[in-house]
Design a protein around this ligand. Structure first.
Ligand SMILES: Nc1nc2c(ncn2[C@@H]2O[C@H](COP(=O)(O)OP(=O)(O)OP(=O)(O)O)[C@@H](O)[C@H]2O)c(=O)[nH]1
Length: 365
């Protein structure tokens, strides 16, 4: 059995014997907060015909709402630990991939859904640059864009910019919310930012799967950018502390991983730059529907970009799925049963945890 603590030479010897799923194709789905990544993933899972897909999902928040909203993945889905995989990359992701590769049942394809604040480059490099390069084949990076909310300054977010720059296929989603003219402007803008961009349009993530899965996009350009990074990385090691896995280098405020000895550990400082925080609220008391709606309409801070939750309201049997993306929100009756507690994640900038907690507590009955 492979463990992450082997050195590379040992691993390569063992890989030949023990890991049956060499060369497994991997698609990374990225895109800014609320752009429609989970919706796209659900479309793929509901429509892929013969493929058995393993899904790795990661959320920026203590509670994983997405995993509860995904369809039909059950035992083939793994949640990566809380935080942003592009920062805590390394072991959480590598170990999760090993878990999939080592499973005895058949798995044909792997899809990784990043958080909305993730820079996809370090994630791609983990597949191209660590021992995973011998075991997996990075097929493509899909970037989902909210056509209505997209801004040319990329929300002042390095991660949002990187998502466009490193996306092999850009999916302009939410076409129902914009005009044809706006879509053409967006396409022109993206084509200007990124040469040879492949752009698709979608409503509710619906795109023909042969256009996005197993498309075998050449990843050599990203792989070579990795070599440059490695060079800088090694110099940094010698110069600095000589420990490539020093925890002090990790900028993710929520990172509490113990780092094992994988080949590389890629870092990104985008969270520090982008300033996003996520606040999770849970309660076993129900919300009062009117008070909660009044909170959303009158008291929700303007810097909230995204919120999602599984909620229950007093005197209503079914649970509700709550989705807020930009200025829009929806509460959808979900007849999959009554929720036992309220689970809510709010993501934005400059958020005051205590104030939000007090407001939300006021909405409880
Ligand atoms: N109108 C409209 N809404 C959409 C479309 N695609 C997704 N949505 C809605 O947008 C919201 C966010 O969609 P998700 O798929 O959860 O977005 P996400 O990118 O996974 O969100 P995070 O992982 O939190 O960043 C949900 O309320 C979706 O129902 C679309 O094409 N049109």
């Amino acid at each position: 059995m492979l463990t992450s603590d082997h050195n590379v030479t040992e691993d390569l010897d063992i890989i030949d014997v023990d890991v049956p799923k060499r060369g497994m194709p991997v698609t990374i789905i990225t895109g800014f907060l609320g752009s429609g990544k989970t919706t796209l993933l659900n479309h793929i899972l509901q429509n892929q015909q013969d493929l058995k897909v393993a899904v790795l999902v990661n959320e920026f928040g203590d509670i994983n709402i997405d995993s509860q909203l995904l369809v039909a993945v059950d035992e083939n889905m793994m949640e990566l630990s809380n935080g942003c995989i592009c920062c805590t990359i390394n072991d959480g992701l590598v170990d999760a991939v090993y878990n999939v590769l080592e499973r005895s049942d058949r798995i044909d394809y792997m899809i990784v859904e990043t958080t909305g604040v993730a820079d996809p480059l370090p994630i791609a490099l983990t597949f191209l640059g660590t021992e995973l390069q011998h075991l997996t084949r990075l097929d493509s990076i899909l970037t989902v864009v909210d056509s209505e909310a997209f801004t040319s300054d990329h929300f002042n977010s390095d991660a949002a910019y990187a998502q466009i720059m490193y996306g092999d296929i850009i999916i302009l989603n939410k076409t129902d919310l914009v005009t044809e003219e706006k879509l053409q402007e967006l396409e022109a803008f993206i084509n200007k930012t990124k040469t040879k961009a492949r752009i698709l349009r979608s409503h509710l993530g619906i795109v023909p799967l042969p256009l996005i899965l197993d498309v075998k996009i050449d990843q050599s350009a990203i792989a070579s950018s990795q070599k440059d990074e490695d060079h800088a990385h090694h110099e940094h090691e010698h110069h600095d502390h000589g420990n490539p896995h020093s925890h002090e280098q990790c900028h993710d405020p929520e990172c509490n991983h113990k780092h094992h000895h994988h080949e590389h550990h890629h870092h990104s400082d985008h969270l520090e730059n982008d300033g996003f925080v996520s606040i999770s609220f849970q309660s076993d008391r129900a919300f009062d529907l009117d008070k909660f709606q009044s909170f959303l309409d009158k008291k929700l801070p303007i810097d909230v970009f995204r919120a999602k939750g599984i909620l229950h309201f007093a005197n209503i049997d079914n649970r509700y799925v709550f989705q807020l993306s930009g200025k829009r929100y929806e509460l959808k009756n979900d007849d999959r049963g009554k929720s036992l507690n309220n689970q809510l994640v709010i993501i934005g900038r400059n958020l005051h945890r205590e104030e939000l907690f007090a407001e939300l507590t006021d909405c409880l009955v």
